[in-house]
Design a protein around this ligand. Structure first.
Ligand code: ADP
Length: 365
């Protein structure tokens, strides 16, 4: 799955991640050399960057190092995804609009019983768009987006994870409305307690404490309630059955993100091929959409990429002299060939497992 990207000033030069193409703030060297009167730099910052800087200057009760890490590695600023970028999944989109996007945009209308939920689980086979949906929810609701995988809390950040979780919720509240996206949540909220070691138990406990505090803060403190109400833990998993029962209940909604249906595959294929020279007719698209039954969104993307390579392969050694405009368009036969290499990644057996879990524990929309 694609992960978060780095944003704003990098105080962590050892990180292996490459900086975003548009660096919103000067590199650290420039910052170090700046004089006290260089506050004019602020004017080149976006309102969001200014908000973040303000929070960083006024941290209270949290570890500054962890907040810095969150700002640099977990806060996502430059990956905007809109509803239209996501093929199909109309039911999931509508559900998220009603439960998250509108309440975040119009908190005045969504109070009391209509208060936004604090936990939502997106579950389904890998590559069906769960991460994309989370990004779209953040973009469409103008929320600050924090993205972390539970497995990195258990590996990369191990040893500092508890402090990091605390700082994460702190930052999310101060930069609300916020979405905290936790991918592979099963690895943290696992039901297999015999596999659970001391440190993962502590991280899990801290997560549950911070998560609960979102609701109790709303009930107790009217002043902060408007902002606290607008922090959502949006988690994703390919293994929903691995989540323990108590944790499962904390997700007020559990949304099944299934494999794309025929119409969705058709839409997705057309969208992908719209950026590529091709000779595909409507009937061709229908044939291809039929051929990739059982494919996930990312399988379809991989298939289209493979098919798009065929016209290039046809050139053989002439590749170096070829004019772009002379390269032939992609055809159905290229997809047929691609199908020999790119296979569906979800087996019928595991598909059944998702459907069974959805029937037992999923929300209908
Ligand atoms: P998941 O989080 O469910 O494993 P992702 O959201 O990471 O899946 O999707 C992986 C890739 O597959 C995306 O970057 C995108 O290219 C493609 N993809 C998956 N589902 C869709 C969809 N519904 N619409 C458009 N692209 C999709």
């Amino acid at each position: 799955l694609p992960r978060r990207s780095q944003t704003i000033p990098k105080s962590n030069p050892s990180s292996s991640r490459s900086p975003p193409s548009r660096s919103p703030t000067p590199p650290p060297e420039v910052e170090r050399e700046s004089t006290p009167g260089a506050g004019s730099d602020e004017s080149s910052l976006s309102p969001m960057e200014r908000r973040i800087n303000k929070v960083m200057e006024t941290l209270r009760g949290v570890d500054a190092h962890e907040c810095e890490q969150i700002k640099n590695e977990i806060l996502v600023m430059d990956e905007k995804v809109h509803w239209d970028d996501i093929a199909g999944l109309t039911r999931a989109k509508n559900s998220l609009k009603e439960t998250v996007v509108y309440p975040f945009l119009r908190p005045d209308l969504f109070r009391g019983l209509r208060e936004p939920i604090r936990g939502m689980l997106l579950f389904g086979p890998p590559g069906t768009g769960k991460t994309m949906i989370a990004k779209a929810v953040a973009t469409e609701s103008n929320s600050t987006f924090f993205s972390i995988s539970a497995s990195s809390l258990l590996s990369k950040y191990l040893g500092e994870s508890e402090k990091l979780v605390k700082a994460l919720f702190y930052m999310a509240k101060r930069l609300a409305p916020s979405i905290i996206f936790i991918d592979e949540i099963d690895s943290l909220l696992t039901a297999r307690s015999d596999n659970e070691n001391e440190s993962s138990r502590r991280i899990k406990t801290e997560l549950l404490i911070q998560w609960s505090a979102l609701s109790s803060a709303t009930a107790q403190d009217n002043k902060d309630s408007a902002t606290d109400a607008r922090v959502l833990v949006l988690a994703a998993t390919n293994l929903p059955w691995a989540i323990d029962e108590a944790a499962r209940r904390r997700f007020s909604r559990r949304l099944y993100i299934p494999l794309p249906e025929y119409e969705t595959r058709l839409y997705h294929l057309k969208k992908l091929m719209s950026k590529q020279q091709n000779k595909l007719s409507e009937t061709d698209y229908e044939v291809i959409a039929g051929m990739c039954e059982g494919f996930s969104g990312s399988d379809i993307t991989a298939l289209a990429k493979e098919a798009a390579m065929e016209p290039i392969r046809d050139l053989g050694d002439n590749l170096m002299n070829a004019e772009f405009s002379n390269i032939r368009g992609v055809m159905v036969k290229d997809f047929e060939k691609a199908l020999q290499t790119v296979k569906k990644s979800v087996s019928p057996t595991s598909l059944q497992q998702y459907q069974d879990w959805a029937a037992g524990f999923g929300s209908t929309g």
